[in-house]
Design a protein. Structure first.
Length: 432
């Protein structure tokens, strides 16, 4: 049964928020474990989502030895380990440190950097963000001030194609061919600067944010009081000028839709092949992880997928077949394309439903719009742009068509699996 509701703002959280506000920044990390209903949880920051085969194997070993064996991808290209024993922290830290995944214990929760996952692999982007990524992480880990950033503050490195620029980062560096542009928050005004100065400009801008956040205690740019937030870009320009970084203003509206890499081979003319792989519900079992980690370097994407690089051209088809056989998405037409969900029950005490099981039961033909299932109003990890929002409520499931920060045409579906699947399929296919 459907019950219509009026359109309303999307509340209470903005898309992409990783943690709910409380009396302190309680976002979990590799060293600060979070107690969940299915055991302790660790969130390992992986700047740009880039993992060497050695690092990927170490994560797989940690998941099997200390947790539930599965690796859970996040909407920031990070990895969560679940089902951990409360006393495993020292052993986990040792495994991560040995693999180079914990370069600084003081900075491990602030290494929040998303990057265009196809950068340098095809001919679409205007810049290869790899050098930016390495330099920004080095600067962050070497900065005492950066330790004051919250576990929610997000940097984005966009190669010019607009994919991670659309994710709503606090500070975004965008490739513009010979140069780069810095975006502060969601402002349409960007500041052009030499590409080589990009990482240094990001670190300086984050320090300006910390100065502005001092009184309000804001964790992200969007949390600043309006007047302070509006003044932030000019303050950043002033600080950059003092640091000898020349900027010039320009207008570049932030893209509204963050497009994930299409599953399948990545075309770009390199000798090595690359393969974009979708991961249903962002959840990888040990066998799937072993296949991926043994195939080449991995780039975890903010859309809970993986791009495998360095694949021998004569082995790409065989790899795609093996991954598809293992339940992953390696080509178009998968019913799982665009389907996401939070962890839900039984892993989260706040969830009102096992939304992952419900998402599996409702999977049907691919829809025009992505869909995200949430076990409660927090909507942890949900996407940005235009999508179908399915939220468990005490009365059933509320289904809304989200555009930006507005939920349009909400309806409530009572607890009937067939009716729920039909309503979600209809909402995803609207406008076909």
């Amino acid at each position: 049964m459907l019950a219509a509701m009026s359109a309303s703002p999307l509340t209470p959280r903005s898309p992409g928020d990783a943690c709910a506000r409380s009396s302190g920044d309680a976002c979990p990390g590799a060293l600060r474990l979070h107690r969940a209903d299915d055991g302790a949880l660790a969130r390992i920051r992986i700047p740009g989502g880039v993992l060497t085969p050695h690092q990927a194997r170490a994560l797989g070993k940690a998941a099997e030895r200390l947790g539930d064996g599965e690796l859970h991808l996040t909407s920031r290209g990070n990895v969560q380990l679940r089902g951990l024993a409360p006393g495993c922290g020292a052993e986990l830290a040792g495994l991560l440190r040995g693999a180079g995944l914990l370069p600084s214990e003081r900075h491990e929760r602030v290494r929040n950097v998303v990057a265009s996952p196809l950068s340098g692999l095809d001919r679409v982007g205007a810049a290869d963000v790899g050098p930016w990524l390495a330099e920004l992480d080095r600067l962050l880990c070497g900065s005492d001030r950066a330790t004051q950033l919250s576990g929610r503050f997000l940097f984005a490195l966009d190669d010019g194609r607009g994919d991670v620029d659309a994710l709503g980062a606090d500070l975004t560096l965008i490739g513009l061919g010979a140069g780069a542009a810095l975006r502060v928050g969601s402002a349409d005004t960007v500041f052009r600067l030499p590409a080589s100065e990009g990482p240094r400009a990001l670190l300086a801008a984050s320090e300006v944010f910390l100065d502005a956040a001092g009184v309000s205690g804001a964790w992200r740019v969007e949390d600043l009081p309006g007047d302070t937030r509006d003044a932030l870009p000019d303050e950043v320009v002033t600080r950059l000028s003092r640091a000898g970084i020349t900027t010039s203003p320009g207008r570049l509206p932030r893209p509204l839709e963050a497009r994930s890499p299409a599953p399948g081979p990545v075309r770009g003319g390199r000798r090595e092949a690359a393969l974009s792989v979708g991961v249903p519900l962002g959840r990888l079992d040990p066998a799937q992880w072993q296949l991926l980690s043994g195939a080449g370097e991995m780039r975890l994407t903010p859309w809970r997928g993986v791009v495998v690089t360095g694949v021998a051209p004569d082995g790409a088809d065989a790899l795609a077949g093996a991954l598809a056989e293992a339940g992953l998405i390696t080509g178009p037409g998968s019913p799982w394309a665009g389907v996401g969900a939070c962890v839900g029950q039984p892993g989260c005490a706040k969830s009102l439903a096992d939304v992952r099981a419900q998402a599996r039961a409702a999977v049907g033909p691919p829809g025009r719009l992505p869909v995200y299932w949430s076990g409660c109003e927090r909507r942890c990890g949900h996407p940005r742009g235009e999508w179908i929002d399915v939220v468990a409520t005490p009365d059933g499931h509320r289904i809304s068509h989200v555009r930006g920060d507005r939920a349009e045409r909400p309806v409530t579906v009572r607890d009937d699996p067939a009716a729920l699947a039909a309503a979600v399929a209809g909402a995803r296919g609207a406008g076909r």
